[in-house]
Write a protein that binds this ligand. Structure first.
Ligand SMILES: Nc1ncnc2c1ncn2[C@@H]1O[C@H](COP(=O)(O)OP(=O)(O)OP(=O)(O)O)[C@@H](O)[C@H]1O
Length: 260
């Protein structure tokens, strides 16, 4: 049941979340909040539960216990295929694009959440379907311009450099026009120059598009450049949180990385 959110309520609240795989506790009583308009980085040693958190919040996994409240609504009651319609988008640690399709086609797939027409409307190509297609193309063109993807608009994904594919995946997530965007290790596999570009884009996504960003990231140069706040996870729970500088200097964080 949806309840109205107050102006100061967090955009997302994760409360006492747990997730187990057999005997392995990937998430163990995790509680955190994401505020409207912030860039939040989630760091932590390997196996800390960062990707499990992201997968649970985006409904890939059902939590063993706990609540995930987005704009007053409990997401645990929302099926995975409806997450985008609620205004949440994500990218993946291993890029997930349609390799044989063009950049434009992949971006248009990001618009799928807006396909509300019945099958007969699609077959008869009613004015409503034509309008949706025009809106989808216009939104994709905006993203192409925003991310400077025009040189690759009609290129097939399989032939593109890794760094460009990562930008296309980001673009596909933006095409859903989310309020909350999760990025899973966006800098992995990028060179320092590409990582610097990514930092500018993340900042523009927040500032110009007004999208709240949560990124799971190991690259502290990117985290320090764009994150307003950092949460360090260890053993499936929050170990430390604060500004990038505070968290990096926290002795418990240093000990967790040394022990990893
Ligand atoms: N699908 C799965 N099946 C079984 N165990 C899993 C699965 N996914 C994660 N785990 C386990 O859950 C724990 C948390 O893993 P997770 O991948 O969430 O950590 P992480 O912080 O994202 O690590 P990394 O930084 O290495 O990506 C680990 O012990 C991992 O082995």
């Amino acid at each position: 049941m949806s309840t109205p959110s107050t102006p100061h309520a967090p955009l997302l609240s994760v409360r006492d979340l747990s997730l187990s795989f057999g005997g392995v506790k990937a998430i163990a009583g995790l509680s955190l909040e994401v505020n409207v308009g912030e860039v939040l980085a989630v760091i932590g040693p390997n196996g800390a539960g960062k990707t499990s958190m992201l997968n649970t919040v985006t409904r890939v996994f059902d939590p063993t216990a706990g609540q995930i409240v987005f704009k007053g609504q409990d997401l645990t009651q929302v099926p995975r295929h409806r997450i985008a319609a609620h205004g949440i988008a994500r990218t993946f640690q291993n890029i997930e694009l349609f390799e044989a399709a063009t950049v434009m086609d992949n971006l248009l797939l990001g618009r799928h959440r807006f396909d509300h027409g019945a099958w007969w409307q699609q077959v008869l190509r009613t004015p409503a379907v034509t309008r949706l297609e025009e809106e989808a193309r216009a939104a994709a063109e905006e993203v192409i311009e925003f991310l400077e993807l025009s040189p690759w608009r009609n290129a097939v994904i399989a032939g593109l450099p890794y760094g460009v594919r990562k930008v296309v995946e980001l673009g596909r997530a933006l095409c859903t026009q989310p309020e909350l965007l999760f990025l899973d290790e966006p800098a992995s596999g990028l060179n320092p120059e590409e990582t610097r570009d990514l930092a500018f884009w993340i900042d523009d996504i927040r500032t110009d598009l007004g999208i709240t960003v949560v990124m799971v990231e190991h690259d502290m140069s990117l985290v320090s450049a764009v994150a307003d706040r950092v949460i360090c996870m260890a053993q499936g729970a929050v170990l430390s949180q604060g500004t990038p500088a505070q968290v990096q200097a926290d002795p418990v964080v240093i000990a967790a990385y040394l022990g990893a």
